[in-house]
Design a protein around this ligand. Structure first.
Ligand code: GLN
Ligand code: ZN
Length: 761
């Protein structure tokens, strides 16, 4: 029989219960017992749901209060010294302090760095590694959850981040050393973990090693065999890989001493045949055939065409699952009662995907006839989608076909533009600005919600938003910032806001996906050709500019970020979709310019996460991604200053592409990684202006003037001061004014000090 299973279920809950509970705990509105109870309820609900779908062994440990990489660091006892942890087990508040810098108990400390999980929009807490670091089993949370699952009558399959993946994603702090020297001791802790799980009656564990989809140095490849040999003797191991094909690591993975191997058959269907041919006789093969990264219904018949011969050969040794953890898709389509039925019939969320896996497994076991109605409705929905006129707009396709790369070029090179812009904007040295959004207060959220739900009419809503803009302008003027923003009060999400106004996008009401910690996003569903029926931001920007003599920065989300943070169509190349978005944004940029907006920021925080996992594929992506940006932003006069913003990532290896995007100013995230980004500028002289973020907006701490001045001095050592800006490292929407005002006051003061220093020099 073909086993249906799952690598992980979304932990947030269909109603984002996890977010509510965790945030209530942080606020002090819920105590630790209440929090634990909320967690137990969610876990139980998700196990029941998976069991009801027909899965036999259920993932445990996919749940997390904040992040599963952080949990792994916790149970390995890998807690940086600044968190003052010296207990036997890593308690909840220590883990929360690692994530956020603060928690209801314990002293505040700078949070751990956070970065994107492979090519997803999920962020994990980066493990910190030190020479000679010691590890020990320091959390019993997983054992408790296993017991919970078993007590509910299920067969628990714990899910662990693999030791090599954990170590690979860790970052060396302090004196440089070879990370692999830590592996032996880490492996010993894993052994202990596995032994205890086995003693609990666990038959199988799932160990995730997604780094097998990357190009690995020889030493790391070799470390797999030794490590997994050492992990034998506990429960049977399902080694899970995802987000890509294993390439040259496939043979290695097949030969590892584990009992089952999971492959992502959606991202790399071609590796399946090779794996089946080479599969050792004592191993099971789990195929991830249902896309865990997108929301479209699977083509069940086509999938079965591929699976039936494999099943004939492997029989019980063939398992079926989604391609990766379902963490990356919304929980349940059934909640989307407002979605139009035609579109809904094309979709599958986590719950539906489990049914697809179960249907496929049953078709293999009992024959297609046993699931004939499910197959028929699936085929009908797919045929309807292919034939639907809603996905096609001939005018958009014609414009795309006529597009030439030269349309992305500015009229003159940066040095010429810079002069024109200086004359127009008259900014001081070290100009200050922010990244766009200001705190989304309860008042703002209420106004937006009232408007959406019809309690506030459009005129009253516009008035409320204008009042917020006026307030933001007033505060910025009082703080003494140089280039102002309108504050984005009208946007609940930087992608959704644009998607809602563009043709080709659809929206869910509950389609939340975890982004980091308690923060969830609701990605739009991009199902058809993209067009802009009307200007999207011009009225707000024009109003904001009317309130001030300072330059008001127009604020748009870039084409790659819209692409990356949406669930995009799978029926045309991503490049074409990106360029369609770019053309729509180009019209918006030009309309802003015509409305007198002299500074326009096109945010591309997601540029880097779109990079293919394997390097040889980078160039092609970077080529069309930067073209899309330039098409969107490039159609303006010299005097219009284009800004871009990128965050949360390392740019060293794509700095050339960033330069080629030719924004006049780029503001970037650097503060959390301590200006590490600037390494890139040692080797590559970034030709235009740059604002290295000196205020880490991801924690509630208020940076001091001295801290920010120090960071800027580091930057000024590498970048001519007349090309430097002073700004936070991201938007401020998740913060409160109580922290933002003093932080920005310090930032403005830091700029003043830098100006004075420069004048003296
Ligand atoms: N302009 C956006 C904001 O300030 C940028 C957000 C982001 O980079 N994620 O909110
Ligand atoms: Zn940002």
């Amino acid at each position: 029989m073909a086993t249906a299973h799952n690598l992980g279920f979304p932990r947030i809950g269909a109603g984002r219960e996890l977010k509510q509970a965790v945030e209530a705990y942080w606020r002090g509105a819920l105590d630790a017992d209440g929090l634990q109870q909320a967690g137990r309820a969610l876990r139980l609900r998700h196990w029941r749901l998976q069991a009801a779908a027909g899965l036999t062994s259920l993932p445990v440990g996919d749940f997390s209060w904040y992040d599963h990489m952080l949990d792994t660091s916790a149970w390995l006892g890998a807690v940086p010294a600044r968190f003052g942890w010296n207990g036997a087990t890593v308690d909840l508040d220590t883990a929360f302090r690692m994530a956020r810098g603060r928690a209801p108990s314990g002293a505040d400390a700078p949070a751990c760095e956070m970065t994107k999980w492979f090519d997803t929009n999920y962020h994990y807490l980066v493990p910190e590694l030190q020479r000679g670091q010691r590890f020990r089993l320091a959390s019993a949370a997983l054992f408790e959850q296993v017991a919970e699952c078993q007590a509910a009558g299920y067969s628990a399959r714990p899910v662990l981040v693999g030791p090599l993946t954990w170590l690979w994603l860790g970052k060396v702090k302090g004196e440089p050393f070879e990370r692999l020297t830590l592996l032996e001791e880490i492996t010993a802790v894993y052994r202990e973990m596995l032994a205890r799980l086995r003693a609990q009656g666990v038959a199988w564990v799932q160990i995730d090693e997604p780094i097998l989809a990357l190009e690995l140095p020889a030493a790391w490849r070799e470390a797999f065999a030794t490590t997994y040999r050492a992990l034998q003797g506990g429960p049977e191991i399902l080694l899970a890989t995802y987000f890509g094909g294993l390439g040259e690591n496939l043979a290695l993975a097949l030969d590892l001493p584990v009992q089952a191997l999971h492959l992502d058959a959606v991202r790399d269907p071609a590796q399946v045949a090779a794996a089946v041919a080479r599969l050792p006789a004592d191993k099971c093969l789990s195929l991830g055939v249902v896309d865990g990264r997108n929301v479209w219904r699977s083509d069940l018949a086509a999938t079965l065409d591929g699976l039936e011969p494999i099943h004939a050969r492997l029989g019980e040794r063939l398992w079926l699952a989604p391609s990766c953890s379902l963490l990356h898709v919304p929980v349940d389509l059934a909640q989307e009662t407002a979605l139009d039925p035609e579109l809904a019939s094309w979709l599958a969320f986590a719950t539906q995907k489990l049914n697809e896996v179960a249907t496929l497994a049953r078709a293999l076991r009992e024959g297609r006839a046993a699931v004939a109605p499910a197959l028929a409705s699936n085929a009908a929905a797919l045929a309807a989608r292919r034939a639907s006129s809603r996905i096609r707009n001939p005018a958009v396709q014609a414009r795309l076909a006529a597009l030439t790369p030269a349309q992305g070029d500015r009229l003159h090179p940066y040095p010429v533009r810079a002069q024109t812009q200086r004359a127009r904007l008259e900014l001081p040295p070290f100009p200050t600005t922010t990244i766009g959004s200001f705190p989304q207060t309860a008042e703002i959220r209420k106004a937006r919600q009232d408007f959406r739900q019809g309690r506030l009419d459009e005129a009253a809503y516009n008035e409320a938003m204008q009042a917020q803009i006026a307030l933001a302008v007033e505060r910025q003027e009082a703080l003494g910032l140089d280039v102002l923003v309108h504050g984005e009060a009208e946007r609940n999400d930087m992608v959704e806001y644009f998607g809602e106004q563009l043709a080709g996008f659809a929206f869910t009401t509950q389609g939340w996906v975890q982004s980091y910690g308690s923060r969830c996003v609701k990605p739009p569903i991009l199902y058809g050709d993209v067009a802009r029926p009307a200007p999207m931001t011009v009225a707000w920007s024009r109003y904001a500019q009317s309130l001030t003599d300072k330059p008001m920065k127009g604020m748009l989300t870039g084409p790659i970020t819209i692409l990356q943070w949406s669930f995009v169509r799978d029926d045309q190349p991503r490049r074409d979709t990106a360029l369609q978005i770019a053309l729509a944004l180009r019209d918006e940029v030009q309309d802003l310019e015509a409305a007198g907006i002299g500074v326009i920021q096109v945010d591309e925080p997601a540029l880097r996460e779109g990079l293919p996992l394997r390097r040889p594929e980078w160039a092609a992506y970077l080529d069309w991604a930067s073209l899309a940006f330039r098409i969107a932003a490039g159609g303006v006069q010299d005097a219009t200053q284009i800004h871009t913003h990128m965050c949360y990532a390392e740019f060293n290896d794509i700095i050339q592409t960033i330069a080629a995007m030719d924004a006049d100013v780029i503001n970037i995230e650097t503060s959390r990684s301590d200006m590490e980004l600037l390494d890139a500028f040692e080797r590559f002289r970034y030709p235009n202006e740059i604002g290295p973020g000196v205020y880490d907006v991801h924690t509630p701490s208020v940076p001091t003037v001295a801290e920010m001045v120090a960071l800027m001095r580091k930057a000024a050592a590498l970048i001519p001061p007349d090309r430097l800006w002073v700004n936070p490292d991201c938007g401020l929407k998740t913060r409160g004014w109580a922290e933002v005002e003093p932080a920005l006051a310090n930032l403005v003061e830091a700029a003043r000090q830098l100006r004075a220093e420069c004048a003296r020099a």
